[in-house]
Design a protein around this ligand. Structure first.
Ligand code: SF4
Ligand code: MSK
Length: 654
């Protein structure tokens, strides 16, 4: 176990990594150490898009490529390094967009079924947001019932996925200048599915072989994610389950309980988790748990399903992506109930060493060695009960090899874009004005979104260093996904963190409003909330007339998922400077990499950067924020000074 401290900076995780070693259990950390990444694949220089290949065309190592080598560096079909790397990159965007958008589609189907009264247990909780959506979609309100309005909204929303012509409706939410830019460049998405299909077509052997043209479709596909499928999922979930508002909870493996049935719900889609959060409170279930010798039922979350039920119910979080196996290693988890995305197949192997049952619940995501209890939204309460009962039945099988780390931290979550509006402006004058004013007067230097995953190729949760560097320099940080959990575990998501970690200006604003310096905005799909927050800043005035004018930046320091690439590309195309860590997937082509890192700024006002060191990456973000402040003419702090008589006399004397 030499060097174990390099695997994570989280003490609870380190304890479980050590326990796994003594239990002889193999984890993602071990597999990452044993399995070196393929350097050719890592730089995007491997193409397996047809059976004339796979073609591997790596850059020479440790020296510049000669012009002759560059001329010869081609696949069997003649594809260049630029084409191959661009096709791989666009396929990552397409896969990421497909994942978010298939989530969005599923939510839309449940929403429509709920509007039609076919899903007992679900309801329309946020009427205000329903009416806002009706206005967005041009649905008549009048004196119609919520159900009738929701039915029309659901049908229009479902149509956005399969639409063949026109533009996605949510694009109209973006600043006008941005919308015009997208139209001018031909990247305004038509329908969500259409853009994914066209991306797959154009990256097929022998179709689009101009890397810049490929990137146009990559951008259109990514925009169909951020301003399409992801935004749809966020909005309809809010209507059905409630728009998040500040909520207290706790996070880390220490939320597991010795004497209760521990059920972890893991994945991304909240329909089942919502129902489990309700059913777990049912006295009948508590009684059943008692009959099996447990004191109660302890529901905890993992990955983005965790974020969903944290934001709306305050359900505690057991951990982020790299803690999924570690939770089982505690020996105290009766069931890990999974839906879709970010679920490691390794869970089934780890679970075999303990008593944990891995339960798949979605027909789209089965795992060999797991038991499958299908969740039926039309019969949600009964499905959730069956799953919880199966977990309770497993409690008597818990062995003696149990060790639950003590570590857990308090956090406040639930900072939806609407909540930030109210917190800053008050219920009657909800607005981003105070944020803009504090950016203009320099107390807040800028705003950064730090999002994304964990990756065992780098130290788990090291992104914390980036977040600390940003807030120390008066940058307000917005977070989603597993990145948010890293900060929460370290105690950055409570209001007191402002005094301890933030720079003087940011701390003074946080203390006045009573918010933490790092705001939890939800799951990966909720990056759409960050787009809306940025748009609200533009619309409130004083910081330019497009997102690209704002002193803002984005980052995913520990990314691993294709979804992260889709998110990054839609942020770049929305005008945001975006820095990724770990590795960069197009370095096999200098031309393409330069295009992404430099030329995109001329087109979109936002561009990519790669910097694996979290502090250096934070400094890149701060430099970009300062560049934008200068362009806006707000680079000098402009505190309002009240002059007394002595000061006036002094002025006159000069
Ligand atoms: Fe090789 Fe071209 Fe086939 Fe790719 S498409 S595997 S580069 S021959
Ligand atoms: S869960 S996509 S590991 S953030 Fe959204 Fe975490 Fe990344 Fe999955």
């Amino acid at each position: 176990m030499a060097g174990v401290e390099k695997k994570s900076i989280d003490p609870a995780s380190l304890k479980m990594i050590e326990k796994a070693a003594s239990d002889e259990v193999s984890l993602a950390f071990d597999r990452a150490a044993a399995l070196k990444p393929c350097p050719i694949g890592a730089e995007g220089s491997c193409c397996s898009n047809c059976s004339m290949g796979p073609c591997r065309i790596p850059l020479p190592r440790g020296r510049e490529e000669t012009p002759e080598e560059k001329r010869r560096r081609r696949g069997v079909c003649g594809a260049t390094a630029e084409t191959i790397a661009a096709r791989n990159f666009v396929r990552m965007i397409a896969a990421g967009t497909a994942a978010h958008s298939d989530h969005g589609r599923k939510v839309t189907e449940v929403f429509l079924a709920t509007a039609r009264g076919k899903t007992p247990g679900y309801e329309i909780k946020d009427e205000q947001k329903l009416l806002q959506l009706a206005m967005d979609f041009g649905v008549e309100i009048g004196d119609r019932s919520n159900e009738a309005i929701a039915t029309d909204i659901g049908q229009i929303a479902l149509n956005e996925f399969g639409k063949q012509e026109g533009e996605l409706l949510f694009l109209r939410r973006a600043p006008l200048k941005r919308q015009e830019l997208w139209r001018r460049l031909g990247v305004a998405p038509r329908g969500i599915d259409r853009e994914v299909v066209e991306a797959m077509h154009r990256t097929h052997m022998g179709v689009d072989q101009d890397y810049q043209n490929l990137l146009l479709q990559g951008t259109r596909t990514a925009l169909a994610d951020g301003w399409g499928g992801s935004m749809m999922a966020t909005e309809l979930q809010d209507v059905m389950f409630g728009t998040p508002a500040p909520v207290f909870s706790q996070i880390n493996l220490g939320v597991l309980k010795e004497d209760e049935v521990n059920i972890i719900i893991h994945g991304h889609e909240p329909q089942l988790a919502e129902m489990m959060a309700v059913v777990a409170q049912d006295p009948e279930m508590a009684q059943y748990a008692k009959s099996k010798g447990a004191e109660g039922i302890n529901l905890a979350g993992m990955c983005c399903t965790a974020n969903e039920i944290l934001m709306r119910h305050g359900v505690p979080i057991a951990g982020n992506f790299l803690q999924q196996e570690l939770a089982i290693v505690t020996g105290a988890v009766e069931a890990m109930v999974v839906d879709v995305q970010c679920i490691m197949q390794g869970l089934a192997d780890v679970a075999q060493c303990y008593h944990t049952k891995i339960m798949t619940t979605d027909p789209r995501a089965k795992i060999q060695g797991a038991s499958h209890i299908e969740f039926d939204e039309h019969n949600a309460v009964e499905s959730a009960k069956a799953i919880i009962k199966a977990a309770i039945d497993n409690f008597p099988n818990r062995g003696k090899n149990v060790q639950i780390p003590k570590e857990k931290s308090d956090l406040i979550a639930g900072f939806s874009h609407e909540t930030i509006n109210y917190l800053l402006g008050g219920i009657f004058r909800a607005s981003y004005r105070p944020l803009n004013d504090n950016i203009i007067n320099g107390r807040i230097r800028g705003v950064a979104g730090v999002v994304g995953c964990n990756n065992p190729r780098v130290t788990h949760d090291m992104q914390l260093e980036m977040v600390k560097e940003l807030i120390k320099n008066d940058v307000l940080v917005l977070q989603t996904g597993c990145a948010a959990m890293a900060s929460a575990k370290a105690g950055l998501m409570v209001p007191e963190a402002a005094t301890e970690y933030a720079g003087h200006g940011l701390a003074s604003v946080c203390e006045a409003v009573g918010i933490p310096p790092v705001l939890h905005m939800g799951a990966c799909i909720d990056n759409s909330r960050i787009l809306m927050a940025a748009t609200a800043m533009v619309k409130d005035g004083g910081l330019g007339d497009d997102i690209s004018d704002l002193p803002v930046a984005g980052a995913a320091p520990e990314w691993m998922s294709e979804k992260a690439i889709a998110i990054g590309q839609y942020f770049v195309a929305s005008g945001v400077f975006t820095v990724f860590g770990v590795t960069w997937p197009t370095t096999g082509s200098k031309e393409l990499t330069d295009f992404l890192f430099k030329d995109l700024e001329k087109l979109y006002g936002g561009m990519w950067a790669f910097e694996p060191d979290p502090i250096k990456a934070a400094q890149l973000m701060i430099s970009h924020i300062d560049k934008k402040r200068k362009a806006l003419g707000i680079d000098k702090a402009r505190e309002r000074v009240l002059y007394d008589m002595a000061m006036r006399r002094e002025l006159e004397a000069v």
